[in-house]
Design a protein around this ligand. Structure first.
Ligand SMILES: *Cc1c(COP(=O)(O)O)cnc(C)c1O
Length: 353
């Protein structure tokens, strides 16, 4: 007998990157930044500690205003959450009736099927292309009268590829405006591409679009748990209403404001990560690896048997994220960590010959 709904018995569980207590081991399994939070952000957090006896601002007015200014919209377009995974859960809970369908690419972010199941809905997984890209045409064709939401992850976790503005615009034109389309831009800060998605333009045009951003990746604040959604005011208002009361803690609100105030420095750090990404992928290409075009702070090694690669990574004391049967995702870290990945990959490639 279970205390919970029967349909949750087979819920897939989120596999977090393994923590390590050995300082010699480098963790490249959770797409974290290899830098600690900027000093100005740490100072903002420290400054807030003395007021922790008070509840945070429930409406997160200052943070929403700062986010709104950053995006050039009014603050009624903004809803904040305890990380963007929390926002995904809330959106699906609010959008789905039992038995409804949520369309997403696959592989994509492993939180999507879990949040979908929790909302008593079914995940419709549309395979990514051979290049690891979203097949937006196939996703549009997967829409039925049971579709309660669509999730587009760009850049996509774990394949790293991003959709273009033109392709996404064409996709949105095909989708009925009664279906929410969630655009998860957790890694957009690392995208350096032609025709990068201009979500502000798409938001102005499509009332069913919800854009998600997080402070967990580019801003080095994964431990603090804060993200936000941008959407038309009526949608954003619903997201604020269904949001967990006081869901974004007081330190996170302060830190997120300080993070947006430090945008130039944040961008410079993402530039460093991107430069390393390009260096590593070029070296891997020389070794014969065909890595999908990554626009994120990680890269995807597609392989059915992950064990030999994991063993090579372990010998070089790096922890990577395996998706058994599909491939391995490796985050871009410090130059030293990245050199280890190149060495491990070279060893693995040699073992295959
Ligand atoms: C890391 C990640 C997030 C961010 O999650 P938080 O809850 O904000 O830490 C969102 N979407 C994707 C695809 C991610 O990989």
């Amino acid at each position: 007998m279970s205390l919970f709904r029967e349909d949750l018995a087979n819920l897939p569980s989120y596999v977090a990157g393994k923590p390590s207590t050995d300082p010699a081991i480098i963790k490249l399994s959770s797409n974290e930044m290899p830098f600690e939070p900027l000093p100005s952000i740490q100072a903002a957090i420290t400054e807030g500690v003395g007021s922790l006896q008070e509840y945070p601002d429930m409406m997160a007015v200052k943070l929403r205003q700062r986010v709104a200014k950053f995006h050039g919209v009014d603050s009624d377009w903004v809803a904040v959450s305890n990380g963007s995974v929390n926002m995904i859960e809330k959106i699906l809970d609010a959008a789905c009736e039992p038995g409804d369908e949520v369309v997403c690419a696959w592989r994509s972010f492993e939180s999507y099927p879990i949040a979908t199941a929790l909302a008593a809905a079914l995940t419709i997984k549309v395979p990514v292309t051979d290049l690891g890209e979203h097949d937006l045409d196939a996703m549009a064709e997967a829409v039925t009268d049971k579709t309660a939401a669509i999730i587009v992850c760009s850049p996509n976790n774990p394949t790293g590829t991003a959709v273009t503005h033109a392709d996404l615009a064409r996709f949105l034109d095909r989708i009925d405006e009664s279906i929410p389309v969630i655009l998860d831009e957790a890694y957009i800060h690392f995208a350096r591409m032609e025709d990068r998605v201009r979500s502000d333009e798409l938001l102005a045009k499509h009332a069913n679009l919800i854009v998600l951003r997080t402070f967990s990746k580019a801003y080095s604040l994964a431990g603090l748990r804060v993200g936000y959604a941008l959407a038309h005011p009526a949608t954003a208002e619903t997201l604020r209403t269904v949001g967990t009361p006081f869901g974004v803690n007081a330190l996170a609100q302060r830190a997120a404001i300080a993070a947006l105030d430090a945008t130039d420095k944040v961008v410079a750090r993402t530039d460093d990560v991107v430069a390393e990404r390009e260096r590593v992928i070029a070296e891997l290409a020389d070794l014969g690896f065909a890595i999908p075009r990554s626009q994120a702070n990680f890269m995807w090694f597609e392989m059915t048997n992950v064990e030999p690669f994991l063993a090579a990574a372990e010998r070089h004391r790096i922890v990577v994220r395996a998706f058994v049967g599909d491939g391995v995702r490796v985050s871009i870290g410090t130059p030293e960590a990245n050199d280890r990945i190149i060495a491990a990959a070279a060893e693995y490639a040699k073992s295959l010959r």
